[in-house]
Structures are given as C-alpha cells and as structure tokens.
Design a protein around this ligand. Sequence first.
Ligand SMILES: Cc1cc2nc3c(=O)[nH]c(=O)nc-3n(C[C@H](O)[C@H](O)[C@H](O)COP(=O)(O)O)c2cc1C
Length: 195
Amino acid sequence: MNEIESRRSIRKYRKEMPDRGLIDEILHAGMLAPSAKNRQPWKFLVYTEKSKEMLLSAMETGLIRMRDDSTVPQAAKAGLTDAFHTLGIMREAPVLVAVLNTGSGSPFAEISPADRITEICDSLSIGAAVENMLLKATALGLGSLWIANTFFAYPELTAVIGTDAQLACAVVFGYADEAPPQRPRKPFGDAAEYR
Ligand SMILES: Cc1cc2nc3c(=O)[nH]c(=O)nc-3n(C[C@H](O)[C@H](O)[C@H](O)COP(=O)(O)O)c2cc1C
C-alpha cells in the first residue's frame, strides 16, 4: 500500500535499460487486475530501442500533421504543445508499453449506446491494469508515466502498430532521474461525499 502514496508520474529518465524480468513482472501485475466479465480486454505491446524509435517517429508525424492541418479546429489542437512535450519524454524513457483495448475499435467511429457501455467497462478494466503496472513499477524501483497524448497521433500510431483494436494509452518505464513531490489533490470533501 506504500506504493499508492509514493508513486509519481516521472518525466525524466536515466538511459539504463531495466531487466526484461522486471518488465515481465510489471506486465503480470497488469494481468492480475479485475476486468468487466473477466474479459481481460488488454494487450500489452513492449517497445524498446529501434522499435520504440519507429513508433515514436510515427507519433511525431501525427503530431506535425495535426499542428499543420488548417482544417483541424483550434480547440482540437489545444494540448498539442503538451503532446510534443510528452513525445520527448517517451523518447527518453527506455521502455514503452502500448496498451490495446482488444474489444474496441477507433475512438473516432460512431458506436451504439450498448457498445459504448461495453467500451466504458473495458476502459475501466484497462485503467485498473495500468494502475497495477504503475504500482508494481514503483515497488520495483522503476519510474513510470501513463500517457494518453497518443490520441493526437491515433491513425499514425495504429498503422505502425498494425492493429484495428483501440490504442487505449501508452505507459513508459525506466529508472527515474527526478524525484518530484506529490502533486496537489483536490480537497477530500470535493472528491468524496457521504450520503
Ligand atoms: C489516463 C491518463 C493519461 C495521462 N496522459 C499523460 C500524458 O499524455 N502526458 C503526461 O505528461 N502525463 C500524462 N498523465 C499523467 C498525469 O498528468 C498525472 O497522473 C497527474 O498530473 C498527477 O500526477 P502524479 O501522477 O504524479 O500523481 C496521464 C495520466 C492519466 C491517468
């Protein structure tokens, strides 16, 4: 339970590659998460070195496309600067895990309310798996960052991954090169209410 308190989003990494055994332990922790109807809708794809470089060059292409496309509304571009910053962190971290939601497709497709409910349940399950992975990484002395800025380069990333499944998010792991303090949380009374 100590890891719940001590986990931080890490945005600076050392170059050193964690042992494969540690990454396997993290992925096993993800697989132990509860999931709606025990569907276990996750697939974890591990990228390092050259394969990670290729994936991230596709992400960069997607971010540049978004930035330079005058038909994309300004509101949809909010957050692009942050996405470029995240890309830099992904390049620095030695291990990247792309997390697929195998029961869902593109978030840009129209879906029925019934399918949306299934997708929400599977997204919750994937969130549980990712949190398990972050906590296990913390316990093993590794830093991590949960990343959803992948949505800015969605078509480019899914094409290079070679999947029709939903790219739910990415997570990077590595040895932390910073020790940030706990980020602020909203007051207890705003987050929780007894009725
Ligand atoms: C679903 C999700 C997506 C996130 N995406 C990003 C991201 O793309 N880039 C980034 O730098 N941080 C990302 N974060 C990290 C959050 O900014 C971070 O968790 C939050 O600021 C609280 O800080 P802490 O994790 O250190 O407690 C994401 C977190 C979650 C849960």
